[in-house]
Design a protein around this ligand. Structure first.
Ligand code: FES
Length: 93
């Protein structure tokens, strides 16, 4: 599905540029730059941001599923993995 009509970017292209590491785009403008273009009208920003949030949520689920959670109770209140994991299990953090 085309999510940016100005640059003809698909949702798959947006997802493909979201990789682990410090070079991962953090804003829709950075996604455009990663894909070799720049935002024009900006109508796609909200959709691209939604795709980025869904990808992050999926990555967190994968990380919790693969590694489990090994943190002690000291970090539990501020750890995003614990908050995500316990929210998914219906347990208040
Ligand atoms: S639709 Fe993406 S910049 Fe216009």
């Amino acid at each position: 599905m085309i999510v940016c009509s100005c640059n003809v970017l698909s949702d798959g292209a947006v997802r493909a540029c979201l990789k682990d590491g410090p070079d991962c785009p953090r804003t829709p403008a950075q996604v455009h730059a990663c894909l070799g273009c720049s935002p024009k009208c900006g109508r796609c920003a909200r959709t691209i941001r939604s795709i980025m949030q869904a990808a992050l949520q999926g990555a967190l689920q994968d990380a919790v599923a693969e590694a489990g959670h090994a943190c002690g109770t000291g970090c539990a209140s501020s750890c995003s993995l614990v908050q995500f994991q316990t929210a998914g299990e219906g347990i208040a953090a």
